[in-house]
Design a protein around this ligand. Structure first.
Ligand code: DGL
Length: 275
């Protein structure tokens, strides 16, 4: 069973990509709605919540756990990986998104948008720098060329997406304001570093223009799993595959089902759990 968790229903954009690409596995989703949003919480608190979530999914038998939340991946992934030491395997969404951006960028001008927690953690910057020479400098003949990263926190976007105001004028105005510094920095690649932003992707592409590659961490994470399985066949071998889909939430089931169905793109039936 593959376990996927997020601060709420946003991580269902990640699950959607997994279901599209790898429908044969069993999945268990946990939305920690009771503690949402993670994006404005302290690192210490997010660490604690992430351990709780992993613990819950591990006890339910998940052999692979995906931290779908960007804020949680940024703040707490290493922390839980150190605690669980590969049992179960825990992966995040940040590294695949960075690798994808470095493969895609032409001029090394990369933008990142996310919650305040994700941006303030500096995790995207750190990971982009870490993989810079592997993907960008190596494909760029002039090896001295460095990437330039521009980040902007967009704390109001997630709540507006949750309210279903994807096409509202106010959301467009906000988006334009948040994207302005990235346009001024002439980025050529933009990472959507939040579970909610794939729902705004069309509008963001329109505003940034065709010359900018816009990629979501949700899709990058799912795309990268295939090669991860090739490198780690032992992990893949352990995953059950009977088409099971289980959806848990730590709070309001009705809201979880209503919003979750929108994020996943198909109807879900949730169950409330204490963790
Ligand atoms: N899931 C969060 C993320 O991807 C956004 C919502 C929240 O702040 O909890 O960063």
């Amino acid at each position: 069973m593959i376990g996927i968790f997020d601060s709420g229903f946003g991580g269902l954009t990640v699950m959607r990509e997994y279901l599209r690409k790898y429908p044969k596995y069993d999945y268990m989703y946990l939305g920690d709605q009771a503690n949402m949003p993670y994006g404005s919480r302290s690192t210490e608190y997010v660490n604690k919540l992430v351990v709780q979530n992993v613990d819950f999914l591990a006890k339910k038998g998940c052999k692979l756990i995906i931290v779908a939340c960007n804020t949680a991946s940024a703040d707490a992934l290493r922390h839980v990986q150190q605690i669980y030491k590969g049992k179960p395997t825990i992966l995040g969404v940040l590294v695949p998104a960075c690798e994808e951006a470095l493969r895609a960028t032409k001029f090394g001008r990369i933008g990142v948008i996310g919650t305040r927690g994700t941006v303030n953690s500096g995790a995207y910057e750190r990971e982009l720098k870490k993989y810079e020479s592997k993907y960008y400098k190596s494909k760029n003949k002039r090896a001295e060329k460095k990437i330039r990263i521009t980040q902007n926190a967009c704390p109001l976007l997630a709540p507006f997406v949750e309210e279903g105001m994807i096409k509202a004028t106010v959301t467009r105005m906000m988006l334009r304001t948040y994207l302005r510094p990235l346009r001024h920095a002439h980025i050529d690649t933009l990472i959507l570093g939040c579970t909610h932003y794939p729902l705004l992707q069309k509008e963001i592409v329109r505003m940034m223009g065709k010359q900018v590659n816009v990629l979501s961490s949700a899709k990058a994470g799912a795309d990268a799993i295939e090669s991860y399985f090739e490198r780690h066949p032992d992990v893949e071998k352990n995953l059950s595959r009977s088409g099971k889909r289980i959806y848990y939430t730590t709070d309001n089931v009705e809201r979880f089902e209503m919003l979750g169905s929108r994020f996943l793109g198909e109807k879900i039936v949730g169950e409330k759990v204490e963790i």
